[in-house]
Design a binder for this molecule. Structure first.
Ligand SMILES: Cc1cc2nc3c(=O)[nH]c(=O)nc-3n(C[C@H](O)[C@H](O)[C@H](O)COP(=O)(O)OP(=O)(O)OC[C@H]3O[C@@H](n4cnc5c(N)ncnc54)[C@H](O)[C@@H]3O)c2cc1C
Ligand code: SF4
Length: 329
């Protein structure tokens, strides 16, 4: 294993100063980072443990909810405020990983986790994301789990976070702090498409830390649902998932929020589907038209073409669930 030094930061500014050193990385729950260090994909020189920082609270604000970066996935999923007013967030978290992992893993770490593409994790293979310019064996190889939206000639890996899909649907904002101060980034712009630089996955600059995520309140957030389809019932990443919120008045959709997971190279907001839903009466036909719109432009590969139909059906089911039950099914 690559040797590294280890320190614990007790203040955010100390963490940021330590992080500004080349080769340094913060560690929160360690459930992704330690795994990648063990297999040699991540090779930090210095690990900065940030678990002492006062960033674990889930707080109500005048706009919605502020989820601090070190809140544990299990704590956020169980928070009454989140369960009642942002059910898709709670459901996305409860459908992620296992109870033990959720007790360790943090919200900031979840948004920063790396792809599960097997070629990325196996150094016997080239991989543009791990080592730019070496190639992408997934494009012609085993690509059943890979993306059909937002892909490039350089990389077709899916983004793995379920939480990020729900947060993208809800227009959450990521708060960052770094050597130059604080900035807020809409989560839809936080993760990057692979393009020609698949190694760059987020807009996070060297030395920056995720401090919190702010999720605005809305009727569509309260009437929302996260539906995840996977190969087994727990402890598994999404084949496809849908995060859906609907504000409906007298059977007519006033506003809609739609995002997809398991199909995009980043958490995928389906704006076209929202446009199709807006102002329409709720019906199977409307939901099917929205699903068609959401998957327009999908590029299937040899082993993952099934995801197009699966994603459409998942989206229709999620929309129907919100229409019938308010999303709490
Ligand atoms: C078997 C298994 C199954 C899983 N299944 C799912 C699943 O179904 N769905 C899902 O969404 N996830 C799943 N996960 C992933 C899991 O949710 C992530 O590993 C976890 O959320 C990472 O959080 P962490 O606090 O442990 O991050 P760490 O491992 O500590 O860190 C991960 C990365 O984030 C960076 N980081 C951490 N905190 C911050 C911060 N505040 N600011 C900036 N950078 C930061 C670290 O430097 C590192 O690069 C699974 C993991 C495993 C091992
Ligand atoms: S899909 Fe992306 S992560 Fe996977 S091998 Fe290709 S370049 Fe690497």
């Amino acid at each position: 294993m690559h040797p590294f030094s280890f320190s614990q930061a007790e203040h955010v500014d100390v963490a940021i100063a330590s992080l500004n050193i080349s080769g340094a990385k913060v560690i929160a729950g360690g459930t992704n980072l330690v795994d990648l260090i063990r297999i040699g994909v991540e090779t930090p020189n210095q690990l900065i443990d940030i678990n002492q920082l006062p960033l674990a609270a889930v707080e109500e604000t005048s706009q919605g909810v502020r989820i601090n970066a070190l809140a544990r996935m299990s704590a956020v999923a169980d928070a009454t405020l989140v369960r009642d007013r942002y059910p898709m967030v709670s459901q996305a978290l409860l459908n992620s990983a296992s109870p033990q992992l959720r007790n360790m893993a943090s919200i900031g770490g979840n948004l920063m986790q790396r792809t599960r593409c097997p070629y990325f994790r196996d150094q016997a293979f080239p991989c543009n994301k791990r080592q730019p310019g070496t190639g992408c064996p997934a494009i012609e190889g085993e690509n059943r789990m890979h993306a059909i939206l937002g892909t490039s000639r350089q990389c077709i890996a899916t983004h793995p976070s379920d939480l990020a899909v729900a947060l993208v649907a809800l227009d959450a904002v990521v708060q960052l702090r770094g050597p130059d101060g604080e900035r807020s980034i809409p989560i839809a712009s936080f993760h990057l498409l692979p393009g020609d630089t698949p190694e760059r996955e987020t807009v996070l600059q060297p030395g920056e830390l995720i401090i919190a995520v702010e999720v605005p309140a809305s009727d569509a957030a309260t009437q929302s649902h996260y539906l995840k389809v996977r190969d087994r019932a727990s402890y598994e990443f999404a084949l496809v998932s849908a995060a859906v919120g609907l504000d409906v008045d007298q059977g007519i959709v006033q506003s809609a929020r739609v995002a997809l997971g398991g199909v995009g190279t980043k958490p995928w907001r389906a704006y076209q589907a929202e446009t199709v839903l807006q102002g329409q009466s709720i019906s199977d036909e409307t939901f099917t038209a929205a699903a068609e719109a959401a998957l327009q432009g999908a590029i299937p590969r040899e082993h993952n073409a099934f995801k197009i139909e699966l994603a459409k059906r998942t989206l229709v089911r999620a929309l129907s669930t919100v229409a019938q039950t308010g999303g709490r099914a």
